[in-house]
Every structure is written in C-alpha cells, then in structure tokens.
Design a protein around this ligand. Sequence first.
Ligand code: ARG
Length: 244
Amino acid sequence: FIAATVFGTMMIAGAQAADLGGQVLKIGSDTTYPPMETVDEKTGEIVGFDVDIMDAICAKINCKAEFVTTAWDGIFAALVQGEFDVVMSGVSITDERKKTMDFSDPYLVVSQAILLRVEDEGTSLDAFQNGSKTLAAQTGTTNAQLAEKLVTRDNTRLYDTFAAAILALQNADVDGVIIDGTSAHAYEQEFAGELTAAIKGLESDPLGIVFQKGSPMVDAFNEGLEQIKADGTWDALVAKYWGV
Ligand code: ARG
C-alpha cells in the first residue's frame, strides 16, 4: 500500500506540467536582427523566429510574452537590474555571460558566416586572416570577438547594430560583415544580387533564452522547449524561416 502511494505521488508529480499561471513577461530584445527579431514596417509589430519560439513555449507553460525593443548595448545590465523578466535576442550562450545570468537549454545552434559584396564573392577566409581587409560586426557580440581573432582588433570595425554594419558593407567602408549564419541568410535574401554569405561554417554558437541568475522560470522554459521540439512546432518554425 505504501509503495503504491509513493508510486502514485510520483506519477502525479511527473505529470504536472510547468505552469507560469498566465504571467505576462517583459522580454527585452534588440529588434534590428533579421530574421530573429525585427519591427514589421507596416504593423509596427515585433516579429521573427525568437518571437514565434517564445509564443510557442508560452502556449505550453501558460505565459504571455511582451517583446520590448531595447538597444543591444546595455541589454544584459537591464535584465540583471530587473528591467526585463527575460532577454531573447539571438543571444549566444557563453561562459562569460553565464557568470551573471542563467540560460535556457539551446533553442538553436548557429554557425557564424561572413557576408561579402557579390563582386568580392571569391575572397577567401585566408585573404581576411592574412591581409589588411576589414571585418564589421555589432559591438559586444560573439561575432565581434571572432572578428578580432580573425583579422586583429585593428581591422575590426564595430557598430551599434548589425543594420549599421550591413550599411557599411554596402557603402564599401568595410570588406565583410561577420554575423550568425541564420542572419547572414536573411540579409543575403534581402539584398540578393548585392550581398552574399560567401564564407560559412565558422565558429558555432548555441543560442539561449536569458534569465536573471537563479530565476525559477528556467526549468519551465526548458520543459516548454522540449515540448515544442517533440510536437513538431520547432521543426515547422525552422522550416518557416530557413526552409530546411
Ligand atoms: N549571437 C550573437 C551574440 O550573442 C549576436 C546576437 C545579436 N543579437 C541582436 N539582436 N542584435 O553575441
């Protein structure tokens, strides 16, 4: 009888789904990062892969996501100070960031790429590493770190947003933009015939949802993420954005 009771309790505990009780979460995001998060020009709405993933997880664990646009510079400080409940912004999980914040399990793994102007399509990684070519990236990103490793700090050009880095590439102020491959793909499509992600498969980054240290929400989000992977939602969203 005791064994049966214990077993019964375990069953109930195991079946209990994570439930955030309808909580409205303020999600900080630098919404200048296609296709992860951008502001729809017509509707003014924040849209993208991150928004869809967040909504799908919230549907499983009973929360409501409210994305709020914020600058990348200071985004983590704002989270730590409690200005946001969560940050979701194509953020790479790094040991450095893990010192001050908690991450969900990876919801996507991306490899970095270099965008070039189409007329420079043949430029090799070697030409970047051993020449005087410049690489642009957004300040404070893992991409900026890799740029400095590849072409030295002197030949790295940092911008507040990737949108500004892309503009610099189009204006031939820089020779390449180093960026997560998922976004390289989006820019390549937006500027077809002008820009190309000619160098791919560089360092890979797992992306995570970011929480304050010790946040009790992390487990619930991991559970929700597992559920949307199991029921095909995650696959459908990856197909929607990258057609794979
Ligand atoms: N994955 C890179 C990083 O975490 C770049 C993310 C940039 N995200 C953005 N919304 N601008 O460092």
